[in-house]
Design a protein around this ligand. Structure first.
Ligand code: SF4
Length: 178
C-alpha cells in the first residue's frame, strides 16, 4: 500500500523501494524474523532521514544515503518522539537544563524518555551497535542540540535518545558525518 504523498515523494528517488511502513517496527521485525534477515540490520536510523514525515511540523529530512540503507534492509527506521506517544504535527520541543519543554513551556520529558527507552530496547533486541541520527533534535541530536530558548541557537549536546544509546555502547553518527 503506497499513499499519494509517498508516491510523489519517492518518484523523485526512483532507486528507492516504495513503502509507507518505515515506522511499523514490530511488523518489520516479524517479517525479517520470518525471512531470517535480522542479522543484516547494522543501523538504527532516524525515520525522518528516511523520508518519513514524522518531524514536529509534519515534514521529513530525507537524506538519500540513509533512505537507501533502509531500502536495502541494512537499517531500521525509528522515531523516538512517536514511540513516546507524541503526535505529528506537534509543538517544537527543546532541552533546557536536562528537561524537555515544548514551545508552550509544557514539560515533555516523560514522553522523550519513553521514546528513548523503546529505541534502546529495539537496539538491544536486535543487537544493533550503530545509529545514524538527526542532528540538533532534542531526541536524536548527536553532537548539537538547540539551547532551549527557541531562538534557533545551537549548543554542543545530545538528544535524550542519542545520549541513552551512547551510554549503552551504540556508536552514533549524525547525517552530517556521512
Ligand atoms: S524524533 Fe528523531 S526521528 Fe523523530 S522526527 Fe525527531 S529527529 Fe526525526
Amino acid at each position: 500500500m503506497v499513499c499519494k504523498e509517498c508516491r510523489e515523494r519517492l518518484s523523485r528517488h526512483k532507486d528507492l523501494a516504495i513503502r509507507c511502513d518505515y515506522l511499523d517496527v514490530d511488523s518489520t521485525i516479524q517479517y525479517r524474523k520470518e525471512h531470517a534477515a535480522l542479522l543484516d540490520i547494522e543501523y538504527l536510523v532516524s525515520a525522518c532521514l528516511c523520508g518519513e514525515h514524522c518531524r514536529y511540523d509534519g515534514k521529513s529530512n530525507i537524506q538519500k544515503s540513509v533512505a537507501q540503507l533502509v531500502s536495502q534492509g541494512r537499517a531500521l527506521a525509528v522515531c523516538p518522539e512517536l514511540f513516546g506517544g507524541l503526535p505529528t504535527p506537534r509543538p517544537p520541543c527543546e532541552i533546557f537544563q536536562g528537561k524537555v519543554y515544548d514551545v508552550h513551556n509544557q514539560e515533555q520529558t516523560a514522553a522523550f524518555l519513553k521514546g528513548a527507552q523503546r529505541t534502546l530496547d529495539i537496539a538491544k533486541k536486535l543487537g544493533i551497535k550503530k545509529a545514524i541520527l538527526k542532528e540538533k533534535s532534542p531526541s536524536c541530536g548527536v553532537h548539537f542540540i538547540y539551547d532551549g530558548s527557541f531562538s534557533a541557537s545551537v549548543i554542543p549536546g545530545q538528544g535524550l535518545t542519542a545520549r541513552l544509546l551512547s551510554q549503552h555502547g551504540v556508536t552514533l553518527l549524525s547525517e552530517n558525518d556521512l
